[in-house]
Design a protein around this ligand. Structure first.
Ligand SMILES: *Cc1c(COP(=O)(O)O)cnc(C)c1O
Length: 837
């Protein structure tokens, strides 16, 4: 780029401490020799990575022990975040950055002859989650450590995380994710932290010496939960929390008696059954399969976690009456909602508490985050499976329900429909336990994840429960950690932010607002564009290497990366690509705005329609990319194996962020926040947190299209046939016809019949219905792109106004309104201008 005369928005680098540098060098070499067992000459990059990670871990562990002792001594209340998913990604540079050790390690490794970025790529992603829900848990862990809240994350240490995606001839194929294959330097096994988790068997009732009814559970099966701790270090290394993941094993791994009879397989059969619990992550993020193994996973981690926190409380306080004063348990979706019954069981059956006391403590301790309104995604379990696996819990749930239904009857006497609607047991079509209802009734707070979602919760899924227990539903709009999604992912933009907003921006994102003053400054704009351009060159290089496709880094990078799902409407995006392709074919001589459409995302292995959409994207890409008329105008790429690390490369390179879900269906989204923070403009519907992004960045700096949630409901009520809108839109009709007649699948013209049929007659997700509005909005984007100063100004204003979406803000709200725990005063925002909501 030219512009040597323009001012440089640069921050001077402080000199390195030579003593600290040589200390780190020897620490890394010592790890290589003594922990890995190699010398520098033999070491692979992977060995160096491990040595560096272990040297860093030592430094974190010191802080960890210190902060753990402080919270213990001061008797502070702890937060327990229960989540079946933690989509962490890599930890090496995250921990380095938060410890303030990035420059030292970079220099030390450089002196040792290895590059930090090479080592970084040796670390496999910890992909113990499917998408947004698991990534939220990871951002929350980092923010809780940053805000110095004593907290534990509790989950499962899956042997295999989310599957690896390979695209073969356009189709998704799934392969196991062997993330532990080379060991995991971050985790510390805690062989002494083991709990027994029981399943099955029967329950006997008796009356004890004091005349109280007692239940004794005689389980049929026992599994052991062993703890593995990963330290999560907060910003500036002031506080460290543990992510405690449970691994399952059989209490008695080999039955020597059976082994000695010669039945070698039989001797370890129950070991295999126990270990299956932590073998793999369920790959379905939206619709539960209702499988027994999933129920076993849920109970396994809930029981181990609650036993662990009850034990910790007893050690410190000697009794359980004060549990809710010292422990706040957050349930991330309904997956851990067995906690309601399990905590009741522990308090009553194991610690002799009476029902009413136990119930008050349970409600005061637990709170529940709802993540979806989709009816097919609400967890329910068949009574029969429940009874077989967890007989005592079913009894407890029946009793909870009895008291609850009496309350409902008192509120609405004689209203049978109301009782049926609020009951924990769904009596229609085979009796089932409604886990969302259970979590709601057993919690003092239930939160949605964006303003709109929380309102819709009151009107839809929890309408009747909200009526019965008013005041429990609250909103906590999601957030993202800026350490990972700005500082680590986009060092260039971070440097610009430091230069324009001051160093304070690293501690307090509200300083970002100072960037507004530079939004129209030509010199600043140029530097801002330069940062974006470098990020785009890096992404173009990755695309070239992985796909063999050359893309022009000066084109508009139009990006949709997220799980593949009908409601997220990747199909709408491809349809627009097709229509644009046709328009270019019709008038190849026009000066089209050069665009690269970038897709990435995984479809659940069993979700056939979503996998067909992946194939369609790839087939359309193939046709468009090989047509000479599109050269320099339009490219379509699908980058395989979307994960956190890939997101960290793609998002900083995006110009346009596709957040185009059917209105009313995306609870919040967090991808939308990452993009806006990195200076991409959003094209989106009025859905989830898009609405709050609009409120913060200003309606002129976001492109909104399509029906709103109410209009979607109204149109659906009139039927799902889309013939009307197709008739009115010749370009939509032509795009559908192209799919139907095999323009992109000459080898198999009928391949996409299911898609074209849905577009015509089963338009539940309003793809056809929203098409015209979307296409027009995209052409508006073209026009805006052509005015580079105006585009850049809008992009800068997006960055400047995104502070409110920091997960530090979200966690501060949970701490104040739900958990009742203090947060570090050092982390309070100092600049005002936060959005008021
Ligand atoms: C942020 C993130 C998500 C969530 O993206 P949405 O667009 O909000 O669905 C999913 N997967 C990964 C890897 C992410 O980083």
């Amino acid at each position: 780029m030219p512009g040597s005369s323009s001012p440089d928005f640069k921050v001077p680098k402080p000199p390195l401490d030579e003593l600290a540098l040589s200390e780190i060098k020897s620490a890394i070499v010592a790890k290589l020799t003594l922990a890995i067992g190699k010398n520098a000459g033999q070491a692979t990059k992977h060995d160096w990575y491990k040595a560096a990670a272990l040297a860093l871990r030592d430094r974190i562990v010191h802080r960890w022990l210190m902060t753990e002792k402080e919270s213990y001594d001061s008797g502070r209340k702890r937060v327990y975040y229960l989540s079946l998913e933690f989509l962490i990604g890599r930890l090496f540079t995250d921990a380095l950055n938060n410890m303030g050790l990035m420059p030292l390690f970079e220099a030390a490794l450089g002196d040792l002859g290895v590059g930090l970025s090479d080592l970084r790529n040796c670390e496999p992603d910890a992909a113990l989650g499917n998408g947004g829900l698991g990534r939220l848990a990871a951002c929350f862990m980092e923010s809780m450590a940053t805000l110095e809240i004593p907290a534990f994350g509790y989950g499962i240490r899956y042997d295999f995380g989310l599957f690896r995606q390979i695209i073969s001839q356009g189709w998704q194929q799934e392969y196991p994710d062997e993330w532990l294959g080379f060991g995991n330097p971050w985790e510390l096994q805690r062989p002494e932290v083991v709990y027994q988790v029981h399943f099955g068997g029967s329950v006997e009732h008796s009356v004890d010496a004091r005349g109280r009814e007692r239940a004794i559970w005689y389980p049929g099966e026992t599994v052991q939960a062993v703890a593995y701790d990963t330290p999560i270090v907060g910003w500036r290394g002031k506080h460290v929390n543990a992510l405690r993941l449970w691994s399952a094993r059989a209490p008695d791994p080999l039955r020597i008696d059976v082994f000695n009879t010669g039945d070698y397989l039989g001797a370890s059969a129950h070991e295999a059954r126990a270990e299956a619990i932590c073998k793999f992550l369920y790959p379905n993020d939206e619709s539960p399969a209702g499988r027994e193994l999933r129920l076993r996973q849920e109970y396994f981690f809930v029981s181990a976690s609650l036993q662990d926190l009850v034990q910790r409380h007893l050690n410190a306080e000697g009794q359980l009456r004060s549990l809710a004063k010292k422990a706040a348990v957050q349930l991330n979706d309904t997956h851990p909602s067995l906690a309601v019954a399990e905590l009741m069981r522990l308090l009553i059956d194991h610690h002799g508490m009476v029902w009413d006391d136990a119930w008050e403590i349970t409600k005061a301790t637990l709170s529940y985050t709802n993540h979806t309104l989709l009816p097919e995604a609400l967890e329910t379990w068949p009574i029969e499976l429940f009874e077989r696996s967890l007989p005592r819990h079913l009894e407890i749930i029946y009793r909870i329900n009895e008291v609850h239904l009496n309350h409902a009857e008192a509120r609405c006497p004689g209203d049978i429909d109301f009782r049926a609607a609020v009951s924990v047991i769904d009596e229609k079509g085979g009796r089932r336990v409604r886990m969302g209802h259970l979590a709601f009734i057993g919690s003092h707070r239930i939160n949605g994840v964006s303003a709109m979602h929380s309102e819709l919760m009151k009107e839809t899924v929890f309408h009747d429960l909200h009526h019965l227990y008013p005041g429990r539903i609250t909103n906590k709009t999601n957030g993202i950690t800026f350490r990972r999604w700005l500082m680590l992912a986009n060092p260039g933009l971070t440097e610009l932010a430091r230069a324009t907003c001051g160093e304070g921006v690293l501690d307090d994102p509200t300083y970002l607002v100072r960037m507004e003053d530079y939004a129209g400054d030509a010199a600043f704009q140029q530097q801002f564009r330069q940062v974006k351009h470098r990020n785009k060159v890096a992404l173009a290089k990755l695309i070239g290497e992985r796909l063999g496709i050359k893309v022009n880094a000066s084109a508009l990078f139009d990006v949709q990366i997220k799980r593949i799902h009908e409601y997220k409407r990747q199909l709408l995006n491809v349809l627009e690509a097709i229509a644009l392709y046709h328009a270019i074919k019709d008038e190849p001589q026009r000066d089209w705005v050069p665009r690269v459409k970038i897709f990435a995302g995984k479809a659940a292995a069993s979700y056939r329609y979503a996998k067909l959409i992946i194939k369609l994207i790839n087939d359309v890409a193939e046709t468009i990319n090989s047509d000479p008329d599109t050269v320099g105008r339009l490219k379509v790429v699908f980058i395989p194996d979307y994960n956190v690390s890939l997101a960290e490369v793609i998002i900083p390179a995006a110009d346009l962020s596709e957040q185009i879900s059917t209105a009313g269906m995306e609870a919040s989204g967090t991808g939308n926040m990452k993009f806006a923070l990195n200076g991409a403009l959003t094209i989106g519907t009025l859905d989830g947190a898009n609405i709050e992004i609009r409120d913060n960045v200003g309606p002129e700096n976001i492109a909104i299209f399509g029906m709103d949630a109410l209009e979607v409901v109204q149109r659906r009520a009139q039927g799902l046939d889309a013939t009307d809108v197709i008739t009115r839109s010749p370009r939509l009709a032509r795009a559908i016809r192209a799919i139907e007649t095999g323009e992109f699948s000459r080898d198999d013209p009928g391949r996409f019949a299911a898609i074209s049929h849905a577009l015509r007659h089963l338009d539940h997700y309003m793809v056809s219905a929203d098409f015209e509005s979307y296409y027009d909005c995209q052409r508006g984007i073209d026009a805006r792109w052509s005015n580079s100063p105006a585009w850049t100004r809008a992009a800068i204003l997006n960055v400047a106004r995104m502070a409110w979406f920091s997960s530090d803000r979200t966690i501060r709200e949970y701490a104040e309104d739900i958990w009742n725990v203090p947060t570090s005063p050092a982390s309070q925002p100092t600049l005002a201008r936060q959005a008021q909501r």
